[in-house]
Design a protein around this ligand. Structure first.
Ligand code: TTP
Ligand code: MG
Length: 375
């Protein structure tokens, strides 16, 4: 069965966030980035509203150049905290539409993870969702895309563009196809027609290096890539060559999967004065463990990997970690492992400046129990 993958990308994201909290800026050229200082400022444009793009302003352009071509624009410094808070609200909406994974056991290395929804965030303003089941409730995938756009607009006054395709690569290319405020739907039978004329670097993963290497073989368009012998691509690029060849032919089976949302819980302390006495270091580890453990309990999580970080005077920093056979929520074990990992540094002549402790590979309690008993 063909999948229905959506790639959602917010329009002029940072600029749109600013406009959403200051409607007077609506319809005006708004540029986010370094201070232009009347044209002598250093630094670059991070993004700009589509009105500013009409003047030729672009992401990555020196801010001084932007000021030259668009002197009447509104120039703002980025407010990352604000953009992150808006981003997480956008992602909540998108996540709510994603299909839920049927079988979370299929991934060997993550046997005890929770069933997850098929949502994958990419950066602050874009995400993939697998809505293969979700679209079944709609006459057309475009109707679902409209619904999602409406939800985001009603909640946050922001527009986005959505690409719909049978795989991530196609969806990603499609979302950029009609920007801003667009929906581009590429049904499976139209994939080749859509991809063929595009330059190869539209494919995620083909950067300038691969692009010029392909050019040497006479490959410029995706069609030329699709027609090239897979065997030869394999010889030249290895596995990557086969992967790219498949993508050019419209085949990309990579799943939409959330990277672990909370990858770890950690804490660190920089000592007011550098410490030589390892008794103090161990006591500090104890304090850090208490803190992490509280956090772990309140979030109903278990850890599988323990990591310590130690920094000496002069800034030399070392990280050591150990993965346990099963996830645990036991503070004593964490502390023992932490101490064991620190032993290596006990007789170091340098004084210690910073100590960090971290629980990694986190899993939900309920799921760990169920799974451990099941196996
Ligand atoms: P993009 O999605 O590439 O750009 P955009 O959302 O501003 O515009 P659109 O998608 O409509 O073309 O990037 C998302 C945000 O990432 C963007 O708002 C600002 C930031 N960004 C930078 O800081 N530097 C950059 O070079 C780029 C491209 C983006
Ligand atoms: Mg964007």
């Amino acid at each position: 069965m063909d999948r229905a993958i959506f790639h959602v990308d917010m329009d002029a994201f940072y600029a749109a966030c600013e406009i959403s909290r200051n409607p007077e800026l609506k319809g005006k050229p708004v540029i986010i980035g370094a201070d232009p200082k009347e044209g002598v400022g250093r630094g670059v444009v991070m993004t700009c509203s589509y009105e500013a793009r009409k003047y030729g302003v672009r992401s990555g352009m020196p801010i001084s150049q932007a000021f030259k071509i668009c002197p009447n624009g509104t120039y703002l410094r980025p407010d990352m905290k604000f953009y992150m808070s808006i981003s997480s609200r956008v992602m909540d909406v998108l996540r709510s539409y994603a299909d839920v994974e049927d079988n979370s056991f299929e991934r060997e290395e993550e046997k005890v993870s929770e069933p997850e929804c098929k949502f994958e965030q990419w950066g602050l303003d874009e995400a993939f969702i697998d809505v293969t089941k979700g679209v079944l409730g709609y006459a057309n995938p475009i109707d679902l895309a409209r619904k999602i756009k409406e939800d985001i607009f009603n909640l946050l006054n922001l527009t986005c563009s959505i690409g719909i395709g049978p795989n991530k690569q196609v969806a990603k290319i499609a979302s950029a196809y009609q920007k801003p405020d667009g929906i581009t739907y590429i049904p499976p039978e139209k994939v080749r027609e859509f991809l063929d004329p595009l330059p190869v670097d539209k494919i995620m993963g083909i950067g300038p290096k691969t692009k010029s290497a392909l050019e040497e073989l006479g490959i410029k368009t995706i069609e030329e890539l699709a027609d090239y012998s897979t065997g030869d691509l394999n010889e030249r690029f290895g596995k990557m060559g086969v992967y790219l060849s498949n993508i050019a032919r419209g085949v990309d089976n990579s799943p939409v999967r959330s990277k672990h949302e909370r990858k770890s819980i950690g804490s660190e302390i920089t000592f007011e004065r550098d410490i030589q006495d390892f008794e103090i270091i161990y006591k500090t580890l104890n304090l850090l463990a208490d803190k992490l453990y509280k956090d772990l309990l309140s979030k109903k999580l278990q850890y599988r990997t323990i990591e310590i970080k130690i920094r000496f005077e002069g800034f030399a920093t070392y990280i050591r970690q150990q993965k346990l056979p099963v996830p645990l929520k036991d503070k004593r074990v964490a502390l023992e492992v932490g101490k064991k990992l620190l032993k290596e540094f006990e007789f170091d002549k340098r004084k210690v400046r910073l100590l960090g402790f971290r629980f990694k590979d986190l899993f939900k309690n309920s799921f760990v129990q169920k799974t451990l008993f099941d196996f």
